[in-house]
Ligand binder design. Structure first.
Ligand code: KG4
Ligand code: ZN
Length: 343
């Protein structure tokens, strides 16, 4: 089964060809640099870039795979969640391509695809038998925990009630004038210092916080963290690069620590923990999750760095496993910017 995948849910324009859900024959990812001056993704700019770039990127993915168009069995694209205007470009393009070539079309959920990205790693176990599994998706837009007890079963069990982990890091970097995206910059700076715990408070999920029926102790809140940082900076402006590094190290510890504690609370009988999304590149998060999993006899599954951020290989890969919604039903579907909850 050879799938051409298309991903345009945010600011990465990507196309990939994957064989049998795991073997990446090609994966072209373009990260749009136009958003940098704004310190965040500007939807209007993102969709215009996708329109301009996608045809060439799809053509390149086919060329780099060494395959001919008639060797591709299926076309898959992200239908949600993500930015509406960005999703529209990839999903409409995929529909047009499927109609033109007469190939089946599959709608793929972006979050489920992030959780599949770990299986694109050559050392990963067989995705059809690696159960029961806990899934953690951590990115600039999402911080969510999923229980995956058996093939085809996935349930959202916890998530952030406000900002995502990546967003919390990006906003902190912006506040400190460190650049965008902030996650990798903070990760690098934080490595030079030993983090102090408790400098920044862990977001509280109060009795009255709306969690959408999810267990409050498995939910997270990061919005208070950036206010806390602002207060610290106003009261005590960092006077050197050294002090900034210590500050971001403590801040990162609060973000990462909160995630790890939720994972530890959520783990029951799971044998595997699959972690996907841009923030899963974070070295401190990787180290703490590795410790935590080792203690509990859980196998930690991480994606290759190139498959942590948004990419089309995870879309084509998940499609190759038979997930998602296949044509003819898919042709009637519109994009779904909040197609996130599996219940
Ligand atoms: O998955 P992704 O590429 O796009 C979204 O779907 O959001 O994730 C992007 C996020 C950004 O917030 C970025 O700052 C963060 O991932 N990120 C990191 C690291 N690399 C990227 N966060 C922490 N540590 C990193 N090394
Ligand atoms: Zn993503």
């Amino acid at each position: 089964m050879i799938v051409l995948g298309i991903e345009t849910s945010c600011d990465e324009t990507s196309a990939a060809i994957v064989r049998d859900g795991r073997e990446v024959l090609s994966c072209v990812v373009h990260t749009q640099p136009q958003h940098r001056p704004f310190g965040g993704v500007v939807p209007e700019i993102a969709s215009r870039c996708h329109i301009r770039l996608l045809p060439d990127i799809v053509e390149r993915a086919v060329q780099e795979s060494g395959l001919a168009w008639n060797q591709i069995d299926e076309i898959a694209a992200t239908r949600g969640p993500g930015l509406a205007s960005s999703l529209l470009v990839g999903w409409s393009f995929a529909k047009g391509l499927a109609l033109q070539t007469g190939k089946p079309l599959r709608a793929i959920n972006h979050m489920e695809a992030h959780l599949h990205s770990v299986f694109l790693h050559p050392d990963a176990p067989d995705p059809t038998t690696a159960y029961p599994r806990l899934g953690l998706a951590v990115s600039g837009g999402h911080t969510s925990l999923y229980r995956m007890p058996a093939p085809g079963k996935i349930t959202l069990i916890g998530r952030t009630v406000d900002d995502a982990a990546g967003e919390a890091l990006d906003k902190a970097a912006k506040l400190l004038g460190l650049g965008y995206p902030g996650g990798p910059i903070i990760d690098k700076l934080a490595k030079t210092k030993t983090p102090h715990q408790g400098v920044f408070p862990e977001g509280r999920i109060g009795e009255h916080t709306e969690t959408g029926g999810l267990r409050p102790d498995l939910c997270l809140s990061f919005s208070g963290l950036k206010t806390a940082l602002l207060r610290v900076v106003q009261a005590n402006p960092p006077k050197s690069d050294d002090e900034i590094a210590q500050l971001v190290s403590d801040y990162q510890e609060a973000v990462v620590g909160a995630i790890v504690r939720r994972v530890e609370k959520a783990l029951r009988n799971e044998k595997y923990l699959a972690v996907g999304g841009g923030v899963s590149l974070n070295s401190r998060l990787r180290a703490l999750l590795a410790q935590s999993c080792a203690k509990r006899g859980v196998q930690l599954l991480l994606a290759l760095p190139k498959h942590c951020g948004d990419n089309a290989a995870m879309i084509a890969g998940l499609a190759g496993m038979g997930s998602g919604i296949l044509s003819p039903a898919s042709f009637d579907l519109d994009i779904d910017p909040s197609w996130a909850d599996f219940r």
